[in-house]
Each structure stands twice: as structure tokens, then as C-alpha cells.
Design a protein around this ligand. Structure first.
Ligand code: HEM
Length: 232
């Protein structure tokens, strides 16, 4: 005689297995950072070229856009430090990442099963993470050097000119990196819910981050037993 399974037992046909990926605090941290970046891009572009000046109307005029842009930058920086502290460890490069990158063609052709199993983040996500980290440091550093209202005396005219150039180049690069991040989040079906609901399906984790799922289920990380890896 076979035992009848209760409808709410963990293995219940027809209902997907759900895996926690982000805590509410991590998601709030992420969406604050994302909101700041959108506002910074809009207010920054508005000040960048006369043809984009019309964007200042979103902020109530040129003066307001100009005065709040650096403050939003400060909030973004502090918020990103929060993300950095949460995720830097999971974004450390491992040898399998080189293989993943070298065989990007297989990833794009949807043949991920031919590649080594991926941990919490793949090589592409890690590159985006470190590029964002570097660019945010350049943006805040050059931004402060240009913020004459408070820091006029801290840099020479030549340094300020260099800062303007570095700020513009880093901002364009940041927008490109952000577009890649956004595209990847939408392109890999089932990823957005990780940041909206905090969880993913077991199928998504098995397909894209199998090593992470194994560690989660077995409570192992590398050769060490560390207990289940919680959502971060
Ligand atoms: C508004 C557009 C954005 C969307 C739709 C979005 C979406 C997502 C999603 C779905 C994830 C989870 C990926 C996964 O767990 O595999 C994620 C992770 C992450 N996002 Fe975003 N994001 C956006 C903007 C940003 C911005 C502007 C930043 C930083 C400046 C950022 C930084 C991060 C970081 C650090 C992670 C953790 C993944 C990692 O460390 O590689 N996101 N995002």
C-alpha cells in the first residue's frame, strides 16, 4: 500500500518548488539604488547637452535638476555600498567563470547544460557587478571634485576639467552597463521575480545556477559544510 501524500506536502505535483534568493532588505536596497540611477541618468543627461535640456522639466526646472543631481548621487553611492557589502563575496571570480565566458556562444544558444555548473552568479553578472562598482567610484570621486558649492577649494582648475571628462565618460559607460544588466534580467525568463518577490523557481535555479542550488539543498559550499546558504 502506498502512503497518500498530503496536498501541502513539499513534493506536490503541479506546484513549482520555490527557492529564496533575496531578503526584503536586499530588495529594498536594490530598488533604491535602481531608482537613484534612473533619476541620475535623467537629470545628468538634461545637464549634459542643450538638446536634452527639456528633461529638466521632470524635476521642476533647470535649477532644481542641477541642485538635486549631486545629492541623488550621494544617496546612490551610499545605497550601492550596501549592495556591494552584501554581494561582493558571491561575485568573486572562480576558474569556471573563464570557461563560461569562453563558451558564451553556448549560453546564447541556450545550451547552458554543456557548461560547468554555475554558482550564485555567472561570469556575465560578475563582470557587470565589478564594472558597476568601479564606475560608481569614478562617478562619486569626479562628482565631488566638480561640486564647487561645497568642495571648491579641494581641487585645481585642471583637476576639475579632468573630473568633468571622467564623469561624462563614466556616466555613459554606466548607462551601457545598466542596459546590459536590464536586458539580461528580462532576457533570462524568471529572473525579474528574484528582485520583485525575492524568490525563483527551482527550475530556474537548476537551469541557470545549478551549483548554487546544490549548495542550498545540501548545505555545502565548496568542500566545507556551512549549513544552508540563506537568501541574501
Ligand atoms: C531598473 C532596472 C533594474 C532592474 C529591472 C534590475 C533587475 C535585477 C534583477 C532581476 C536582479 C537579480 C538577478 C539574479 O539574482 O540573478 C538584480 C540583481 C542586482 N542588481 Fe539590478 N536591476 C536594475 C537596476 C540596477 C542598478 C541601477 C544597479 C546598480 C547600480 C543594480 C545592481 C544590482 C546588483 C548589484 C545585483 C545583485 C547581482 C550581482 O551581484 O551580480 N541593478 N537586478
Amino acid at each position: 500500500m502506498t502512503a497518500k501524500r498530503k496536498p501541502d506536502s513539499p513534493v506536490h505535483r503541479g506546484r513549482p518548488v520555490i527557492v529564496d534568493r533575496y531578503t526584503p532588505a536586499a530588495r529594498a536596497n536594490h530598488w533604491l539604488t535602481a531608482t537613484c540611477l534612473v533619476l541620475l541618468a535623467l537629470s545628468g543627461l538634461a545637464l549634459f547637452h542643450p538638446s536634452l535640456y527639456f528633461l529638466t522639466s521632470l524635476f521642476g526646472g533647470g535649477q532644481i535638476a542641477r541642485s538635486i543631481h549631486p545629492w541623488i548621487g550621494v544617496v546612490l553611492f551610499v545605497s550601492f555600498v550596501g549592495l556591494f557589502l552584501r554581494f561582493w563575496r558571491a561575485n568573486l571570480w572562480v576558474p569556471e567563470d573563464g570557461t563560461w565566458l569562453a563558451r558564451l556562444r553556448d549560453v546564447l544558444a541556450d545550451h547552458e547544460d554543456k557548461l560547468p555548473e554555475v554558482g550564485r552568479y555567472n561570469a556575465g553578472q560578475k563582470i557587470v557587478f565589478w564594472a558597476m562598482s568601479l564606475l560608481i567610484v569614478v562617478l562619486i570621486g569626479s562628482g565631488l571634485a566638480m561640486w564647487d558649492q561645497y568642495f571648491y577649494d579641494y581641487s585645481s582648475i585642471e583637476q576639475k576639467r579632468l573630473a568633468v571628462l571622467a564623469h561624462a565618460v563614466a556616466a555613459v559607460a554606466m548607462i551601457c552597463v545598466w542596459i546590459v544588466h536590464l536586458y539580461a534580467a528580462i532576457w533570462v525568463r524568471g529572473t525579474i521575480r528574484a528582485m520583485t518577490r525575492g524568490s525563483v523557481t527551482g527550475g530556474w535555479a537548476w537551469r541557470h545556477h545549478r551549483k548554487w542550488l546544490r549548495e542550498l539543498v545540501t548545505g555545502t559550499r565548496g568542500n566545507r559544510r556551512t549549513g544552508p546558504t540563506p537568501a541574501e
